[in-house]
Design a protein around this ligand. Structure first.
Ligand SMILES: Cc1cc2nc3c(=O)[nH]c(=O)nc-3n(C[C@H](O)[C@H](O)[C@H](O)COP(=O)(O)O)c2cc1C
Length: 390
């Protein structure tokens, strides 16, 4: 269809993505007791219809205790499979690939929604299982002063958790997802094990770097026993957390995970402290792209770049420079769910409206043919017209 890398297909294992554009996991805080609602269908559906190659459903928790907020999605029981299948079916109908991120919040569980003030929740009668939702972590160390001290997981509980991730992968497969991402970033449970700051354990899950990597390595092994060989597996890491874990550690971990069947490292940053690098505090285009480039070059694994990638020409440049294999567009796709179609138009692709459903693609195509509408309301080149420097 095009010589542009952004719009060239990519096959990972047996799954073909029609382009390199990914909608990264983005919490909707809208589930009911862990079950998806119509909101999730509408949300994932509009991104798939907008032309993204892969839509990854938000961090979906492998156990109840791992829920970050009241509105988290869950996958800790077989009853979640059917409602999740509904999302998958719709995404696939739009010729997009359906992915899901598995997660566990650890010591950052039981928190307020960001727009309700962030930080820990206060106990209310509405939360029936308050005590069962007690935050757990590798060690009894609070995230920061305002957070509660979590309970240290017993060794046998860590083993059970590994199985919980494996069982969640099995359910994700049953629901029809074709890409699975493990959340190892942003200061949540897996990252808490990786970080010397939050992990002071004396058993085989703490101490040396190898020991701190053990949880995610065992999770990957458990997941791979349930997740088909034919389907890609991604892991999201905070490649730099500015608290002792950086690109070198991440590249070493990426090599280990690759040997265990991981195909792509999704390169994010921050979250183990409240300091930058952290979402909302960074204001530079492509701020995490150097992390993706480092892991890609040093671990010999495919990577996904994410973080303030706003424009089509910006995304294309990242791919051309070999800094990533996939481009995730997060908040900008909230701004414009038709971002892939829009980028195709701006980058000059032949037939930019063909990759979206005819319900709107047909009409936009006919409007453009009449010589009108080639400058939609979102028209603006990124690099060339705004004077912004990468
Ligand atoms: C509303 C919202 C929810 C998010 N939820 C998740 C999540 O569930 N899992 C995750 O790994 N990252 C999550 N993120 C981070 C995004 O996936 C992405 O990495 C981040 O927004 C930076 O990319 P951007 O600058 O393109 O938005 C979330 C971000 C936003 C804005």
């Amino acid at each position: 269809m095009s010589e542009l890398l952004l719009f060239s297909p990519l096959t990972i294992r047996n799954v073909e993505l029609r382009n390199r554009i990914v909608v990264p996991p983005m919490h909707q805080y809208s589930a009911e007791k862990g079950y998806p609602t119509d909101w999730h269908l509408m949300n994932a559906g509009k991104f798939a219809a907008g032309g993204a190659g892969l839509v990854v459903i938000e961090s979906t928790k492998v156990e109840r205790r791992g829920c970050g907020t009241l509105g988290d999605l869950g996958i800790w029981d077989d009853s979640f499979v059917e409602p999740l299948r509904r999302l998958v079916k719709f995404i696939k109908q739009q010729n997009s690939v359906a992915g899901i991120q598995l997660g566990h919040s650890g010591r950052k569980a039981r928190a307020k929604r960001p727009w309700e003030g962030d930080g820990p929740l206060q106990r209310t009668a509405e939360i029936e299982d308050w005590d069962a939702w007690n935050p757990v972590a590798p060690s009894a160390i609070a995230h920061s002063e305002k957070w509660p001290v979590p309970r240290e997981l017993a060794r046998h509980e860590v083993k059970d958790l590994v199985q919980a991730w494996g069982n969640a992968a099995k359910r994700a497969d049953q629901a029809g997802f074709d890409v699975l991402e493990l959340h190892g970033a942003h200061g949540y449970l897996v990252h808490q094990f990786l970080s010397e700051r939050s992990n002071h354990r004396k058993d085989e899950y703490g101490g040396s770097e190898l020991n701190r990597m053990r949880l995610i390595t065992e999770i990957t092994e458990a997941v791979r026993t349930h997740w088909p060989e034919s389907k890609p597996l991604f892991v999201r890491l905070s490649v730099e957390d500015n608290a002792g874990w950086g690109p070198e550690q991440s590249a070493r971990l990426a090599k280990t995970l690759k040997a265990k069947g991981v195909d792509v490292i999704d390169c994010s940053s921050g979250g183990i402290t409240d300091q930058a690098p952290i979402l909302g505090k960074e204001i530079k285009y492509s701020y995490q792209v150097p992390l993706s480039e480092y892991v890609r070059r040093n671990a010999g694994i495919m990577t996904m770049a994410v973080g303030l990638i706003i424009h089509g020409d910006q995304a294309e440049q990242i791919l051309r420079q070999g800094q990533a294999d996939l481009i995730a567009v997060g908040r900008e796709i909230l701004n414009n769910p038709n971002w892939p179609m829009d980028a195709a138009l701006k980058l000059g692709i032949d037939g930019p409206f063909r990759s979206v459903p005819p319900q709107f693609g047909y009409w936009l195509g006919t409007r453009a043919k009449r010589g009108f509408g080639t400058r939609p309301s979102t028209w603006q080149n990124g690099l060339k017209d705004t004077g912004n420097v990468l």
